[in-house]
Design a protein around this ligand. Sequence first.
Ligand code: GCO
Length: 455
Amino acid sequence: MFPKDFLWGAASAAYQIEGAYKEDGKGEGIWDHFSHEPGRIPHGETGDVACDHYHRFREDVALMKELGLKSYRFSISWPRVIPDGCGEVNEKGLKFYSDLVDEICAAGIEPMVTLYHWNLPMALYEKGGWKNDDSPEWFAEYARVVVDALSDRVGFFMTFNEPQIFVDGGYNMGYHAPFENAPVKDILKITRNVLLAHGKAVKVIRENAKRDVEVGMAPTGPVFLPENESKEAVEEARKKSFSINEKTFANSNAWWGDPVFLGRFPEEARSLFGDDLPEFSDEEWALISAPLDFYGFNVYHASSSFGPEENKYSHDEYSYVGSPRNSLGWNITPKVLYYSPKFLYERYKKPVMITENGMANLDMVSLDGKVHDPQRIDYINRYLLQLEKAIDDGVEVVGYQYWSVMDNFEWAEGYNPRFGLVYVDYRNENRIPKDSAYWYKNVIRTNGASLHENA
Ligand code: GCO
């Protein structure tokens, strides 16, 4: 059973929905900049206009209210609030978020703020971005501005969204802005700065919040499923879910989770990097690992699906020739919503909040003018039943934020993948709640009881 005050919600991120990329004094971010480079995004798509949420937020919040959301997770655009990244504050940009928060609160919805969902101010990138040792201080200053403006009404703050993706994907693998393939020593330096930035921001939030706040982070990371339910198989899956290697360490769970929640690097880190492993003083470790209130986790699919050889099907129940996938080709693996909160809760001993989970689908408007998305309904239903099972087995889970509240700009994939509960026609910005939106409304209304109707 889902707990009484379970936070049923949905999520978004500033660059993916806002548009208004140059309006009211907003500065340029790395996503603004790099999406304009030819060849980066299919069809040259950008977030310049996106869902035009900047101008339509009242209509969007009215829809969220209509769907009965209890919480809404969104992010603040750093360059909208501080155009050069540090220094002068753009009051108009800040007012947009203040008005948005007012609107969300008036709708009876709990606002949840993510400080960093990737659109680093370009002016800071030009100074080295996260490679610059001043970056933790820049971030703390930005956090201070946001907390001063919003913490009288906002009760949930998250520092970073998915350091795995913006560090490994942005600086190592180079498939996200700023599209770099930086050497390992840079990734280690970025790690150091991002961890310190996190710690400093948490301190700023704790010391300056005007009401009681819950503070967390929203990482992601590969979670492996056991091949069967035996104790050995579960231990094997757990071990793989927290292991790191020298190539994709920054994409792992433990690389970020262990420092923040356990105050140390994962065990293998020293043997992998020797003296190159970032050093922190005792005070710095205390700052980085200051207690958080929850472990936010973004999760879409399990990683067990492929065997050890890349692209080889394993023989588990989720990955076989023709197995169910979303429109990005991601495996549909409901059990990841059982095992990921379980593994994270057992290792880090913090309540878990699913800060993102959802399905990209080939949604279209039918002849009747509606958007029928039975696959998404089935996806959420299956996943939530597994989450409920984790709760029944004693895992503390405090909320679920469906990704995403509306269709939006899916980074390097552009606008083709549609994750929303609400369909967006980008030609005219019309919104149409999909069948799944009304279905989710009923899940929320019954606090999850309706999930059992078809199961
Ligand atoms: C991420 C981000 C979201 C994505 C979503 C679907 O996980 O990449 O947090 O911004 O849009 O996860 O890929």
